[in-house]
Write a protein that binds this ligand. Structure first.
Ligand SMILES: [Zn+2]
Length: 245
């Protein structure tokens, strides 16, 4: 198993460079995927896209443009002429694209906050989301959109952002979470075999089991703007937002 680290990440702080050795490589559809002895790259999952970055070493300089978790964490390489077999056992210094990571941390934490606020205001539970650097969408389960107000949701979220509320990561027991009113997700959808779950807490507002990366305080998100709202069939409303700075 490779080691991975998915921490809360404050914007402006650069994720650390780290040494890694390629321990496995394979070509899939003409693309070279490699596995490291340790990695801090975030693999796509839970609606959050993968980290990007680069690795540099005596055997070449390569970009990492995708990271996926199958049984192990695989990194997609491009760049200097690739000879995948000769890369195994080679050492590199890895860097994570910190601007992209920070943007995704802010977008992702905003998603938790918007989902929690929509539940608070309208009893609308989040049924899906797709986070990205430029814009993010959240699908809300809502029987009727009559009660929904884009301006109301946006200003409630921005007011939480301005209140500088701490965001923290911890591990909590499943049974404990089942009884916590701040947990708004359907716990039945989470793998039954995990008793101790990684949760992200926005103090006093929301507790959400999540493996993604987030900021440490709501004020690091900056204001959001809801740019689009549309119905996606019966009982589903799609909200699209972006960050204002
Ligand atoms: Zn999250």
């Amino acid at each position: 198993m490779t080691d991975s680290l998915h921490i809360n990440q404050h914007p402006g702080i650069k994720p650390p460079s780290f040494e890694c050795k390629i321990i496995n490589s394979e070509i899939i559809d003409n693309q070279c995927w490699v596995e490291f002895d340790q990695t801090y790259y975030y693999p796509s999952g839970g609606g959050q896209p993968a980290d990007h970055g680069s690795i540099n070493g005596e055997s070449g300089n390569f970009h990492i443009s995708d990271v996926r978790k199958r049984t192990e964490i695989k990194h997609l390489l491009s760049g200097d002429e690739l000879n995948s077999n000769s890369l195994v056992n080679q050492s590199f210094i890895a860097n994570i694209d910190h601007e992209r990571r920070n943007q995704l941390c802010r977008m992702h934490t905003a998603q938790h906050l918007i989902s929690a606020t929509a539940d608070e205001l309208y009893g609308a539970r989040t049924v899906g989301n797709q986070i990205n650097t430029e814009k993010t969408r959240i699908d809300l389960g809502m029987e009727s959109r009559d009660a929904f107000s884009k301006d109301e949701l946006q200003s409630a979220v921005n007011s939480y952002i301005d209140s500088s509320i701490d965001v923290s990561m911890s591990f909590r027991d499943r049974v404990e979470l089942l009884e916590d009113p701040l947990v708004r997700v359907n716990m039945d959808l989470l793998p039954k075999n995990i008793d101790n779950l990684r949760v992200i807490t926005i103090e006093g507002i929301d507790i959400c089991p999540c493996a993604g990366t987030h900021v440490g305080n709501t004020n690091e998100i900056g204001h959001i703007e809801i740019s689009k709202v549309k119905s996606k069939g019966a009982g589903k409303l799609r909200v699209e937002y972006h960050l204002l700075n």
